[in-house]
Ligand binder design. Structure first.
Ligand SMILES: [Fe+2]
Length: 178
């Protein structure tokens, strides 16, 4: 069963294709305000070599120079829903007023776009710097029955598959909380 969008979802590779969540991202970009918490529950480990990694956003922001930050502030991102039928648009860097923190609205499927004065070279350099700034602060190796809950704004996350081959026996349940 392929993974799906939604507040309750099964996270699982199809038999012949990897999940597309390999790059750093935030969940729930189909919502105006993304879910604040993500819960993952491991029903089946599968091969056991596919981890879920978290990277701390404030730590990454400290690594980014002011010029790159200014470029990132000028970018919009476009998220393509898992079905491929819908596109959701928003700023790449957003601010959560309640927490008083900036966060990255990054998606695993989509693209970024700059304003009219933005060059491709400048945009590409800034996005490379951003992804280099994300370093895993948690690498979670799953066991059946594990439950991982994390702050969806404070952390970006990814599925790290070292062999880049599908693992359809790995099955996680995902819940989003407002
Ligand atoms: Fe995710």
């Amino acid at each position: 069963m392929p993974s799906t969008d939604g507040r309750y979802a099964v996270v699982q590779d199809g038999p012949e294709r990897n999940s597309l969540d390999a790059s750093w991202h935030q969940d729930g970009l189909t919502y105006l305000k993304p879910p604040s918490r993500v819960l993952l529950y491991c029903e089946a480990v599968g091969r056991g070599d596919v981890t879920t990694d978290l990277a701390d956003v404030p730590t990454a922001l400290e690594q980014i120079d002011p010029d790159t930050r200014e470029t990132l502030n000028r970018l919009d991102r476009y998220y393509v829903s898992r079905s491929g039928k819908d596109t959701h648009h928003g700023r790449l860097i957003r601010n959560d007023e309640e927490k008083g923190m900036d966060y990255f609205s990054l998606c695993s499927r989509g693209w970024v776009r700059g304003d009219l004065d933005m060059t491709l070279e400048r945009m590409t350099r800034a996005m490379h710097a951003l992804f280099e700034a994300f370093q895993p602060s948690l690498v979670h190796k799953w066991s059946a029955g594990d439950c991982l809950i994390f702050d969806n704004l404070r952390f970006v996350h990814r599925r790290f598959n070292p062999t880049n081959t599908p693992d359809p026996a790995r099955r996680l349940i995902r819940l989003w909380f407002a």
